[in-house]
Ligand binder design. Structure first.
Ligand SMILES: *Cc1c(COP(=O)(O)O)cnc(C)c1O
Length: 726
């Protein structure tokens, strides 16, 4: 019933012969198909770079001349025709893993709700790992043909660029999203106006405008409150992720859940199941109940049906990480809503009451657990922690029988595997197994990695490391004049890095539990490791601290002061503005990926997976995914023992020991041509063992096979949001 809006007049200058580029630009399919990205770059490499690899912006800004020239270049057109055909074939494909697997059952769609999505750096809708997990989930569903519709937020002020001041303090430079230069489209009503809908039944008039991002075959609908229909104080609800203000945050979650559900029903999207990523969107579930109650079902019946068709994935291993709202605050917005549900206030609040809580609080994780029959944690260890944490929700059940399953996270391989690495793998794996990209979750094909000559893998790795270091320098060269940086800061930001030196990467949000400064515990010992004359080591840090996180900013400042210090000789670097793009360079280009959170706080962690599949070895504490990933040959592990009290010294010592005794010697043990065969063997082992296990393909298949049949069974007789999609 609705058409996507795309104001084509902005692209009138694109010649007809290559006008498919406009469609391609508005489907993030290009972001995980290197050949499609090349198609934009080949129009003009400079314009591509200037647009920060955003094809929508590029097509709008580029002089017509360049486009005309491309449209007349036979070589360009040949490539254009091939890529466009591949794209159209992908979009129209009828057969997929999903259709083959579920040929006999009725196809049905699942609605996926998440407060953040990490898809590409041109879309600032993420804060960290949770967002990339959601983004990778969508891309993989698209590849596998899993029918999914996603809902999220338009964070128009989502980008806080990080700039580090002379004293190492983090400055947050806001960049507002230019909606017209991003790969998003307005969703229109039949009259051609953008859809604007009120969030129903809450005690506040708030409306949302609807946008769409096309992620391959998966549509992601984004809600935007920054519209004239809303009171000025409500326009900012969708400005920024995870507001520090509790009330604002509650409003965000109401808009995401209730507004999101409303948008899907208005659009006529039929779905039989709901998957909520973390507790933030859990109000979507109560809105599903309300609709059924409105159609005459009893609250308890409706609840049972909604529960049976809902998967809730929890990512928070600490109680403090969950959103808790005071009951009065919930009353403020939901007092009418209780009535629409046909229940008393107490019954509603009881759904969000944590076991053991003296009362008066509404816990979104507990609420999500009670509103869903299917729950999962994101690594085996996280499963144990989560079952212990929420055992009280199922009184009488012993801990091991608490119904929280595990589906370990994975990363979308085509997004995170470097293009050149993929080409190299294709030469050796593809030679024997031409369809390996379609079967990359199958472990045996990865044994072919052993056929890659050590020299070839090593040469590529060194090339990627040089590329990382070049990019760090080039960035600094560009911002130096603009920021009037002091020379020490230029050094601190990595211009003295050397591609022949063993390079450790540490990049993640600067949350305290991640302990970014752990390696500085014993400064003298670290100096000896770093400044070793024959076998030096350098460390590259990157990451943003939340603007409200004072402690995180202090840790950052501390690291920055070491990076500035001549004591480390330019071998400690801090790279500004960690985001998707910087992450790509780092997980491809460093030698060793360091991970030392305070266990058991890292539910899974995914950046180490991105590194591992590119042959970057992990040095990680045994927490999250690494407990499952480490096999004794594919990297290093420490800290598996339970320690009462402060474990800082023990963990730091374990890192120093491993570096001194194993890692540094292995790295510098090279043949006459500079190839460290022992290290390369570990790189191959890392790729082989981790790629099939920690890819999003394995993960999405598990979600589907584990939960879809159960949800379909629970859906039983068709009800209002289960469509006939044959
Ligand atoms: C993968 C990724 C993360 C998550 O990394 P963790 O190891 O889970 O902390 C965060 N930010 C960016 C930009 C990423 O690419």
């Amino acid at each position: 019933m609705t058409a996507d809006a795309m104001d084509r007049s902005r692209f009138d200058h694109v010649p007809e012969r290559i006008e498919g580029l406009v469609d391609l630009a508005f489907n993030l399919w290009w972001s995980w198909h290197p050949s499609a990205r090349m198609l934009f770059k080949q129009v003009n490499a400079h314009a591509w770079k200037e647009s920060r690899h955003n094809p929508v912006q590029m097509l709008q800004e580029i002089p017509e001349d360049y486009l005309r020239r491309a449209a007349q270049n036979r070589e360009y057109l040949r490539r254009y025709d091939i890529i466009m055909e591949r794209y159209q074939e992908y979009m129209a494909r009828k057969n997929s893993w999903f259709t083959e697997e579920y040929a006999t059952s009725r196809p049905f769609t699942v609605a996926y709700f998440s407060a953040e999505y990490g898809l590409h750096h041109s879309l600032p809708f993420y804060a960290g790992g949770l967002g990339f997990l959601a983004g990778d989930h969508l891309k993989e569903c698209s590849d596998l043909g899993v029918p999914l519709v996603a809902v999220g937020f338009m964070y128009a002020a989502g980008y806080l660029h990080q700039h580090i001041g002379p004293d190492g303090s983090q400055m947050n430079v806001e960049e507002r999203l230019n909606r017209d230069a991003a790969p998003i489209t307005r969703v229109l009503d039949p009259s051609g106006k953008q859809i604007v809908l009120p969030v129903p039944h809450i005690n506040l008039p708030i409306s949302v405008a609807v946008w769409k991002v096309q992620v391959g075959r998966i549509p992601l609908y984004l809600l935007d409150t920054d519209i004239p229909e809303n009171a000025p104080e409500h326009r900012s609800i969708s400005h920024r992720l995870y507001s520090g203000n509790k009330e604002q945050r509650l409003l965000q979650e109401i808009v995401l859940g209730i507004g999101g559900r409303k948008v899907l029903s208005y659009l006529g999207v039929h779905y039989a199941g709901v998957h909520i990523n973390e507790g933030h969107p859990a109000f979507a579930l109560v809105e599903r109940v309300r609709e059924r109650v409105g159609e005459g079902q009893s609250f308890e019946d409706a609840l049972a049906q909604v529960r049976g068709t809902t998967v809730f994935t929890t990512h928070t291993p600490v109680p403090a990480g969950t959103d808790i709202f005071p009951a009065e605050m919930i009353d403020r917005y939901f007092s009418t809503y209780y009535r629409c549900l046909g229940i008393e206030r107490e019954r509603f609040l009881a759904l969000g009451a944590a076991p053991g809580d003296p009362g008066g609080n509404f816990n979104m994780t507990v609420f999500a657990m009670r509103m869903s029959a299917h729950h999962n944690a994101v690594s085996q260890r996280h499963g144990e922690v989560t079952r212990a944490m929420w055992q009280g929700i199922w009184p009488g059940l012993p801990e091991e029988r608490v119904p929280i399953d595990v589906i370990t996270n994975g990363v979308h391989l085509p997004t995170w595997l470097n293009d050149r690495m993929e080409l190299l793998l294709d030469r050796y794996i593809g030679a024997v197994c031409p369809c390996w990209q379609m079967e990359h979750d199958c472990p045996v094909i990865w044994d072919l990695v052993d056929e890659i000559p050590d020299e070839e893998l090593w040469d590529l790795h060194i090339w990627l490391k040089a590329k990382l270091i070049n990019r760090i320098r080039e960035r600094k060269r560009r911002t130096w004049a603009e920021h009037r940086d002091m020379p020490e800061n230029i050094v601190a930001e990595g211009v003295l890095l050397n591609p022949t030196v063993l390079t450790i990467g540490f990049a993640r949000r600067f949350s305290t539990y991640k302990r970014a400064d752990l390696i500085f515990h014993d400064l003298e010992r670290l100096k000896r490791i770093v400044n070793n004359r024959w076998r030096p080591v350098q460390i590259v840090f990157a990451g943003k601290a939340h603007p409200a996180d004072v402690e995180g900013q202090q840790i950052l400042q501390r690291i920055y002061s070491f990076a500035r210090s001549p004591d480390f000789g330019g071998k400690i670097a801090f790279v500004e503005d960690y985001g998707e793009q910087v992450a790509q360079y780092l997980v491809h280009g460093v030698d060793l990926w360091l991970n030392n959170p305070l266990p058991p706080m890292e539910a899974s962690g995914t950046s180490g997976m991105k590194a591992a599949i590119n042959g970057v070895l992990n040095l990680s504490i045994l927490d999250g995914w690494w407990i499952e990933g480490y096999n004794g040959r594919n990297g290093w592990a420490f800290g598996g023992e339970y320690i009462v009290g402060d474990r800082t010294a023990a963990d730091a010592n374990a890192i120093y020991e491993l570096l001194e005794k194993e890692i540094v010697p292995l790295y510098y043990d090279t043949d006459m041509h500079g190839v460290p065969h022992g290290w390369v063997r570990a790189m191959k082992e890392s790729i082989k063992s981790n790629a099939p296990q920690f890819c999003a393909r394995r993960m999405v298949k598990e979600y589907v096979t584990h939960y879809y049949p159960k949800m379909l069974a629970a859906a039983g007789t068709p009800f209002s949001d289960l469509g006939n999609e044959e």
